[in-house]
Design a protein around this ligand. Structure first.
Ligand SMILES: Cc1ncc(COP(=O)(O)O)c(C=O)c1O
Length: 333
């Protein structure tokens, strides 16, 4: 044995071994008030660019272990964003096929990324009765399941493994990373898997934690009527089966303009290049801070990186259009 081979190496089995272990940083430049400390968990540092790496890996590996996802089978899911990309990576690494149902609103960059990852991309083109694509996408998922032998629907909106991935992952890491208790958790919601998983784990260690869901204006997760919104990732046009409103202390709704301003402010002060829902979280904290008791510690989850939002929140023309939609909502339908 050589001297070199007796030294333990640190080499992962695949890129999936790089999921998790994300750092927490203080945001003292963005929120300098000495009475309030805001710290953020940088889930955007996960390998495919978002916290969805955690649920994709967890769901695929649990399924392979317990046999509910047979080796070589086909995954089916309706997702045009982070979860689709993360699932494509997990499927690739584990030799699974993946049929991903998307709609015409999916960005060209995400379509290219999914196709490069070997995904069978199924684009639905017909709007449903409500004028969106939600029902048409679900119908296509059911057709694919019926015609593909051994196909498995991941169904992140109803799959308990979704929140459990964040309970075991992000939540457990935070329970170890933080010594002083956070008073508030601010997290953006869509399936609600990440906020529920994080808060369920964190409340075991910090029972007084108050949980603030950051939703999009025009999302129906916590009631209200559906409306136009352009930032992907945050919000939903249906109530997820996982949703558990009793566990949420407060909901703050942020529109596209304030989300974009939050992203830009975060980049300009802290140098953190993040996606739209992170901007929503920043805006929600900014709006809520004056009513919080001091001293106070706020924990924020930053879900994804900014690269996929260069044509949205970081684009001045897009922001100008979002501002004029906000000024005259009736003209913009
Ligand atoms: C960028 C981004 N932020 C927030 C969320 C919301 O997370 P969850 O689905 O766990 O509620 C998602 C979900 O896709 C996301 O992609």
């Amino acid at each position: 044995m050589t001297a070199a081979s007796s030294v333990a190496e640190s080499v992962g089995e695949s890129v999936l071994d790089c999921v998790g272990g994300t750092p927490v940083v203080a945001l003292r430049r963005l929120f300098p008030d000495p009475g309030t400390e805001v710290v953020a968990k940088l889930e955007l540092l996960n390998p495919s660019g978002s916290m969805k790496d955690r649920s994709a890996r967890y769901i695929v590996e649990s399924g392979l272990r317990d046999g509910s996802i047979p080796p070589g089978s086909t995954l089916v899911e309706s997702s045009s964003g982070n979860f689709g990309i993360a699932l494509a990576v997990a499927a690739r690494v584990h030799g699974l096929s993946f049929s991903c149902v998307v709609d015409p609103k999916t960005t060209t960059a995400n379509l290219a990324l999914l196709r490069s990852l070997g995904v069978d991309v199924e684009v639905v083109t017909e709007p449903d009765e409500a004028g969106g694509y939600l029902q048409t996408r679900i119908r296509r998922v059911r057709e694919l399941l019926a015609r593909t032998p051994g196909a498995v629907w991941v169904n992140q909106y109803a799959n308990d493994l979704n929140w459990q991935a964040f309970y075991d992952g992000t939540g457990t890491e935070l329970a170890e990373q933080l010594v002083r208790p956070p008073d508030y958790l601010f997290a953006a919601v869509s399936t609600t898997g990440s906020i529920l998983g994080c808060s369920r784990r964190l409340r075991e260690r910090f029972p007084d934690l108050r949980v603030v869901a950051v939703d999009a204006v025009g999302s129906v997760i916590f009631g209200g009527t559906a409306g136009r919104r352009e930032i992907p990732g945050i919000g939903s046009s249906r109530v997820p089966e996982l949703c558990s409103p009793d566990e949420i202390d407060q909901v703050v709704r942020v529109d596209d303009v304030d989300a974009a301003l939050g992203c830009r402010e975060l980049l300009a002060t802290e140098g953190i290049f993040a996606g739209g829902s992170t901007g929503s979280v920043v805006a929600a904290i900014r709006r809520t801070l004056p009513s919080l008791p001091t001293p106070c510690r706020v924990l924020a989850i930053f879900p994804d990186r900014g690269d996929r939002y260069l044509d949205l929140v970081y684009d001045d023309d897009w922001l100008a259009a979002a501002r004029s939609r906000r000024a005259s909502p009736d003209l913009s339908a």
